[in-house]
Design a protein around this ligand. Sequence first.
Ligand code: GAL
Length: 722
Amino acid sequence: MSISIDAKSCIIDGRRRLLLSGTVHYPRSTPGMWPGIMREARAGGLNCVETYVFWNQHERGRGKYDFSGRLDLRRFCECAADEGLKVFLRPGPYICAEQDYGGFPAWLRDVPGIRLRTKNDAYYAEVRRWFDVLFACLSPLFDKAGGPIIAAQVENEYANIGASYGSEGGDYMAWLRDLIAGYETGAPLTSCNPAGSDEMMLATPKLEGAVPTLNGGFVHPFVRTFKRWAPGHPCLWTEAWMAWYQVWGLPRPFRPAANMTYCAARFFAEGGKGINYFPWHGGTNFGRDGMYLQTTQYEFDAALDEFGCRTRKYELLSSLNHALREHESVLTECDLPEARSFGGGLEARIFSHDGKSVVFLCNDNPPSSGERAMEWGGGSYALPGQSVVMLANGREAWRVAGSDALDAPSRVFVSTPAIDSGGWLAADEPMPADAGDWVAIGQPREQLAFTKNKTDYAWYKCELRVEGGGRRRGRIVFQGINDFFQLFINGERAAVSNTHLPEDRGPWDGADYRQAFDIELEPGGHRLAVLVCSLGLVKGDWQAGRRNMVEERKGFWGRASWLPAGPGQGGGVRFGEWSIHAGLDGERKAIPATQGHSAQWRRLEPSDAGRPLRWYYIEFQPPSGAGPAAFDFGSLGKGLAWVNGECLGRYWTVGSAAPEKIPTEHNQVMHFAPPGGPSQRYYHVPREWLHDGKNVLLVFEETGGDPGGIKLMNWQPAPASE
Ligand code: GAL
């Protein structure tokens, strides 16, 4: 066996190694991109890539497994091995990962008696069945069998929810560890924990039999406490957050390359023995697999951008990785370095082994604090704020200097003439016919029970009666509804829901699920219909009011009521019995799967402008060149798009506003691009989804955007600045 982990470091193929790993989630890129991503990983100094396993995507229907295309995990691991990279596997079953339902298949909700992520026979049986399939598929890829997989993580950051499940949570983690160990892969098991403070770490229960690891935006202040908390283990930073994910309604997060590199270097200076850049390549949430509120791009300000191209962060981190590799024998032979403090935020860390030395000189003051001089070994070193200088055997070997600035983009979108906007066809998405597949439910009921998460959409309808004479002014209040919806009265759109959606939400009957609209009603009967759209399932209990994720719900489950605008406006407004209809007419006709053949198309007319609920179709030629391409959907509103039958993902040009709070305790290192523009304007279309000759773009536009403005863009190196 060629992998083991002792107190000092990982030992791989008989040598002490620093683990230099980068996250690449295989379904977030295409098989055609994998060899390039792996080449860049190796060139960037990594010796490993890490991925979660996406159960929700592999088993969309119970017992129907899919390991093809973007889900070809074996091929992904082989691509890594082809570049001499090891693989660190995080099989879950729960993965978080900004993934629909945290990576659980949504049908788990329907297993009688199930509770997720805690001791429970129904849950155990499903996990065991899935893991039997998964580990049988992967067994040739483990190190023991000559493959690249060198470690496997048990669950994911269980400490985030463990306290709610008490001893049953602990039993579950031990059961899961034993289950994975039972597959006898030979790979060491790990268990990751959120880093936050020394107190938090010391209070976190450890999973016996697994190597504990840390996740966070920076962890160097905690390395020494880690060694007290987990003696006998090297400090491995399994999620070194490159910035943060983006949600609809917020601008793009970023983290300066220099700050990331400083924190990574500072971690190794403290005695860290392995890092996993999370993510090295973020990629794209194709299809409907992003979690609730997650944008389609999963850029994360990573080393490789969404399209797999190098960024400034790539360049800086690569230089660090290579410098570390050159001196890894000294760094891994010493457990913790000798620490020397010079006061005022200036520190030295000294590693020595076998007559060789590596010294890190560090200035931990903010970038704005200016330069400080440090004397060492007869030399004087100028250290700007947040910088690290690495000396090997007394000579400067590497350095990074801090900065808070947003890195200048190295690439730009350039419009191509690939789409002739005169070629658009349109088809209406009708409200489902009265005789269609409506289910009478009386009172509103949440939609997943009907949609099974196979569609984002559900219609609700009822008759709204205004008794007596005179029109009424008032407010319709919906309590217990999510995520995004449009209200239709007598077939005309009367309102669109408020789009300020919080990521973490409170109780089901609370304000996070309430929306109200001022309207006027004529006397008599009205057809009231609501089209509710899911934006993905939660990724963890905390997004659903700290309830077990199995209680997740979508659609409309509460009640609608009428609040009169004033005296004389009330009384006699009654809501009738409700019915629900799962999905769209176009989905029933399989418009995306048939690439439009099943729809009745007509030419796009000026009267389509601003009208909600339309399907659009256009044929186009592939753009020139072989580089990455993306659609500019800036003229659209919200919906889903497909190219040649492949779903590009959800799109939404909802405006971005500054966040009320930075969504992480590591806020010192996270920043946001200026708010104002659409949350996401450009949508990745992988080159391998485009054919020579005719290509088909299909769009389902919910809110009334104009397809005429769609452009196909090339993602090109930015022109050199003067
Ligand atoms: C971690 C989690 C990851 C990912 C990350 C944020 O807490 O383990 O799966 O969700 O946060 O991007």
